[in-house]
Design a protein. Sequence first.
Length: 277
Amino acid sequence: MPNRNATPSAVTEAPSPSATAAAAVSLTDVAVRFRSRKRDVTALSEVALDVRPGEFVAIVGPSGCGKSTLLKLVAGLLRASSGEVRLGAERVEGPRHDIGYVFQRAALLEWRSALRNILLQAEIRRMPAAQARGRADELIRMTGLTGFEDAYPHELSGGMQQRVALCRALLHEPPVLLMDEPFGALDALTRERMNTELNRIWRDTGTTVLLVTHSISEAVYLADRVVVMSPRPGTIQEIIEVGLPAERDYGRTLGRPEFREAAGHIRDLLGAVQAHD
């Protein structure tokens, strides 16, 4: 597990070859270029990032800088124009079935109960029924959904729907969980609660997490490191080591000097970007 009690630093040094070999996710000099009738667009350029097993990394940056594109590369939903993407020791060559993915919208099936939405993952993957149900029950307890197993999506709040989506993504115990603005549509109070729940679930499962968010406070509260992206063509402007303890309480954590230092530095970086634009 990463050292989550390290003090904040500025830019993370380039990883050594041994660090790359041990990475849960590795991107090496990755670029993504799209071609249209009118012009060629470079979405990402020279992106290099290693994510350690069990680490929580948040990605922030201006709209259109390629944050979601980066997640799609890791998931194998998009191919890099150049460079290399790896999950563990394997090069990503196409859609990966061993990762979990949570989107901004829960995307639950309205005609299925919470439990059956979670178990949809098992049906698609043809997991043994008893194993899947046991894992689902464990996740339901972990996310505070006990008593709502038979509820349909329209009977659940937005936050509870996202909990169901999170359970579905974690059902097959993926080594890597990708999250693309999962709490962006929630009200502020529910979002805080979901941040607290996600921190606890991450500590309990040890899953490697990559989170895309527009919220600086959310990124710093949840992550070991925060990747700050530049405007398009997106590249990594800086990587901030947060330096907070693994267990975090929303009220106390936001008042810690490590939180204020990291959040302030990220705001300065993004503010400088906007001023330059």
